[in-house]
Design a binder for this molecule. Structure first.
Ligand code: BMA
Length: 321
């Protein structure tokens, strides 16, 4: 079996999620054109891993790039952005692409991202080999961000979390779920999770958005998400976890009151946008009880953090809102 990246919890730490000591794993200048590489997604692929990386260039244009790795830590990222061909539609307009997620479902790798079409909405595409890419209809009307697919159909339909938003630095935001029979038409929209009252859990009181692809555990869908507080110096992004019902994922069973990861290190607090940890992907092994979480740090570089799935589930249940 392929080994996912891993480091044991440091001896002095009691944290349920801990950082990789060699962070960041992807530096801002990993390709010649890049200003920053962050909020990126990885999956197991062939005998190693593949990924879709958000690389903003030095004109600060946002686009997504394919990358490959044997060990999940050292990445070769293509120097040219992904070029999409027509998938289930000819309408593949895009002013920009950012914050990708990737998941294997049935026979192919599906990619969702924030797609610029008269403002941000959720773009969908697929690939079989990370060489040829096909773009589908946008899932939703503008404005929307943080579209995250479930890794399997639920009750015969594709399911996606998303976060309706505005055209700017949205000062609000709750997580919804939508279903599709065919990856083209989306409906049955339901509210999953709202922001919390400031006095209950302030780190997630302004807006929240789904992060990595949900992980199926015995307790339900383990779903990492980002939560935002608006401080006197602007937004601060942290990460929490929720457990959603296996068959009815609009039902939140547990949700962390404390954060699991917040901006604390130099590379999370200093960069183009200070004080951001923004998880977009997780590699996991249920058998080995491991998860490796990839997150954007300060909108500049990509970091890696680790945890034991059973401990995160236990923590989420015992520290639930
Ligand atoms: C959000 C998105 C993310 C970014 C975050 C913090 O609105 O633009 O890509 O990481 O803000 O700047």
């Amino acid at each position: 079996m392929r080994n996912i990246p891993w480091q044991e919890r440091p001896a002095h730490s009691a944290d349920v999620v801990w950082r990789y000591t060699e962070n960041p794993v992807v530096k801002r200048d990993a390709i010649p054109s890049s200003n920053s590489i962050f909020n990126s997604a990885v999956v197991p692929f062939q005998d190693g891993f593949a990924g879709v990386f958000r690389c903003d260039n030095k004109a600060v244009q946002m686009n997504i790039f394919a990358g490959f790795s044997k060990n999940g830590i050292d990445w070769d990222i293509n120097h040219e952005p992904i070029e999409f061909q027509a998938g289930n539609t000819d309408m593949i307009e895009s002013d920009y692409k950012y914050d990708p997620r990737v998941v294997f479902i049935e026979d192919r790798y599906w990619i969702t991202w924030c797609n610029g079409y008269n403002g941000p909405t959720i773009g969908i595409g697929y690939t079989f080999d990370f060489k040829e890419f096909f773009q589908c209809e946008n899932a939703f009307l503008p404005f929307n961000r943080n579209g995250v697919l479930f890794p399997e159909k639920i009750d015969g339909k594709y399911a996606m979390l998303s976060r309706p938003s505005d055209n700017g630095h949205t000062p609000f935001g709750d997580i919804y779920i939508s279903y599709s029979p065919d990856m083209k038409y989306w409906g049955e929209h339901r509210c999953v999770m709202k922001v919390t009252p400031f006095v209950d859990s302030a780190w997630q009181c302004t807006k929240i958005g789904a992060g990595p692809i949900p992980i199926l555990t015995d307790e339900g869908w383990l779903t990492f998400y980002h939560g935002v507080i608006n401080t006197c110096n602007g937004f601060r992004y942290s990460m929490g976890a929720a457990i959603l019902d296996k068959d009815r994922p609009d039902q939140v069973l547990y949700r962390t009151k404390p954060y699991l990861l917040s901006p604390q290190t130099n590379y999370e607090c200093v960069g183009d946008v200070p004080n951001v940890v923004f998880p977009c992907a997780a590699l996991h092994s249920i058998e080995e009880d491991k998860v490796a979480i990839y997150y954007g740090a300060a909108d500049t570089v990509t970091g890696l953090a680790f945890g034991r799935i059973s401990e995160i589930v236990k923590f989420t249940k015992e520290n639930s809102l």
